[in-house]
Design a protein around this ligand. Sequence first.
Ligand SMILES: NC(=O)c1ccc[n+]([C@@H]2O[C@H](COP(=O)([O-])OP(=O)(O)OC[C@H]3O[C@@H](n4cnc5c(N)ncnc54)[C@H](O)[C@@H]3O)[C@@H](O)[C@H]2O)c1
Length: 265
Amino acid sequence: MKRLENKVVIITGGAGGIGGAASELFAGEGANVVVADLDEKAGMRLQAKIAANGGTCAFLRCDVSRSDDVRSVIDFCKDKLGALDVIYNNASVYLAKLDGRVTEIEESVWEKVIAINLRSIYLFCKYGIPVMMKKGGSIINTASSAGVIGIPNCDAYTATKGATVQLTKSMAVEYGRYRIRVNCIAPAAIITPMVKESNPSDGSDLFDERAFLNLRTPLRRYGTPVEIAKVALFLACDESSYLNGSVIVADGGITVCGDLSKIPE
Ligand SMILES: NC(=O)c1ccc[n+]([C@@H]2O[C@H](COP(=O)([O-])OP(=O)(O)OC[C@H]3O[C@@H](n4cnc5c(N)ncnc54)[C@H](O)[C@@H]3O)[C@@H](O)[C@H]2O)c1
C-alpha cells in the first residue's frame, strides 16, 4: 500500500522548487495531487510529467494570496474529487532587493509579502479545514530558518515565517479535536530558484557562497528539494500520526550553528 493512496492533497507553489519535488513524490505515493500555482507553463509541464509516470495531478492556476482563486481550488477538491486530506502550504516569495530592513521596505512590498506568504495560509485553512473536518487530515505549513532565528535584510519575509510558526501551533491546538494535525517545516539553504535569489552571487560582498557553506552550514552543502519533500511526505501520511504542532527544522544544522570557524580543519 502506498503511503498516500487515494488521498487528495493540495500543494501550493507545487509547480517548482520544493513544491515541485513534493508534487512528484506525493503522486508516486498514490496521492491525487492538486497543484495550486501561478506558473502555468511549469504547472502544465509537471502535470504531464506526473501523468506520464502513471500518477494523478491536476494543475490549477491560482494566486494563493487571492481569496477567489483559493476558494476555486478548495471547491475543485470538494466537488470534483470529493475530499480534501492534506494541505501543504508551500508557496512563498522572497522579494530580493525589495525586502530589507523595516525602515527601508516600501509599504506595498510589505503588504505583498504578507499576502502571498501568510494570508495564503489563512485562506487555504479558512476554506479547506471545513472540508477536512469530517474525516480529519494533515496541514503542513512552511516556515524557514527566518522563522526561527533573526535573518537580516528580509524583515517582511522573516515576519511571515515567524507568524507561520506561531499560527501552526495555535491551529494545532484548535483543530486537533477534529483529527486535523497541523505541523510546520522550517527549511534553509535548499537549492532552488528562491535560494539563489536570496543569496546573490553577483560579485558584490553580499554573499560569499564558499564562506556560507564553510562557516554557516555544518553539512557543508546545500539541501535538495526532495530532501524537504520527504519531510513533507512524512508529515502528510500516517507515519507522523502523533505529530501535531511540531516545527521540523530541516536545515542541515544551520540554525543550531554558532561559529564553524572554531572547528579545526
Ligand atoms: N529554498 C530554500 O532554501 C528555502 C529556505 C527556507 C524556506 N523556504 C520555503 O520553502 C517554500 C518553497 O520554496 P522554494 O525554494 O521551493 O521556492 P521557489 O521560488 O523555488 O518556488 C516557489 C513556487 O511558488 C510559486 N508561487 C510564487 N508566488 C505564488 C503565488 N502568489 N501564488 C501561487 N504560487 C506562487 C512559484 O511559481 C513557484 O512554483 C517557501 O515557503 C519558502 O519560503 C525555502
